[in-house]
Design a protein around this ligand. Sequence first.
Ligand code: ADP
Ligand code: MG
Length: 398
Amino acid sequence: MNKKKVISDYPKDFFNEKKVFIRVDFNVPINNDLNNIREDYRIRRSIPTIDFLINAGAKVILGSHLGRPKGIVNEDLSLKIVSERLSELMERPVIFCNDFKDKGWTNKFDKLTKGSVVLLENLRFFKEETDNDSEFSKLLASFADIYVNDAFGTSHRAHASTFGMAVNFKSKLAGFLVDKELKFISKMLEKVEKPFVVIIGGSKIKDKISAMSKLLDKADKIIIAGGAAYTFIKANGGKIGNSIFESEMVDWAGKVYAKYSNKIILPIDHLVSESIEKTNSCLIVDDDIPDGYQAFDIGPKTIDLFNSIIKGPGCIFWNGPMGVFEVEKYSSGTIHVARAVALATWRGATSVVGGGETIAALRKAEVLESEISHMSTGGGALLEYIGGSKLPGIEILD
Ligand code: ADP
Ligand code: MG
């Protein structure tokens, strides 16, 4: 159970007139050419915490990252459009601070009135954020009196805003979203119903592979598909064409597969094409992906195979799409898996689904939130937590 202090453990006057920094996770899927947010679940889920603090008379300063700008300002990854969406959802103004290193700007934080909401520009525009730089941490900490972490999806990172800045505060509390996520997942982990089926897909292979290793002993079956599959297929001597894989992890994947071959399930056919755009060059191939082709989705035999495993009852955990589902032509595998997970839940399975893109995929498949036992805002963080790792952004809290 979560033993961390939650904002509701304090009387409301504790927050009155206080500036509260909330680390939120507004890392949402964005359509750059349309300048729109494809999925705002993470934004909506942060609202209860913000509302609670505003009602308690606080002034709220929000910090988040978006994507991986690697310390470089990139207008495509600006949080400006997120501040607009938040303002619409909350029906109140949100002040967007595009330059929090400018004293002229931050001096204004002292003059904020009760109920003000400020959103800082993408923290990862500064390399110091991911470096967990101590000066940068102190700067962020200087903006507020109380620290709240409600960014469950980023809690596996010891970055300045999730970890470094927190040590500068007397009060470091969990928000409602973090509390809810921890409670659900720790309760599930107390008694994992069998069979425990883990489904891993997506593209952040390196992050996922290391977390996955901890799940191998716990799970009864691990489906590895999407971009995550090809490191394993290559390690097993399969031809993967131009499909994405992690060269540093090939040896590891080979060893893991040899040890857990009775548990690991890989795709048995693939939808491949010459490039992501060339959707009219699509082919379905069994094991050998031809040179010049890249896998963008799982094939029909694989869909049948996965359907036969994702049945319920038991426990199902899913993170990462089965293909590049953002493109209609490559979305079938992901949509089938989303529906299989929902159906299994109807049949009594406990399902946990998480990850920015995976949540967007559920929506695309028209699966409702009520058809999944727990829709998590975390992808990598969830994987780490279920695998039994401690999350630095949670550990640091009171
Ligand atoms: P999540 O955000 O749910 O944790 P990831 O960020 O790991 O998931 O991965 C999501 C991305 O993975 C999607 O944008 C999707 O297009 C991409 N993806 C899935 N399968 C493949 C594949 N075979 N090749 C390349 N990219 C893939
Ligand atoms: Mg993602």
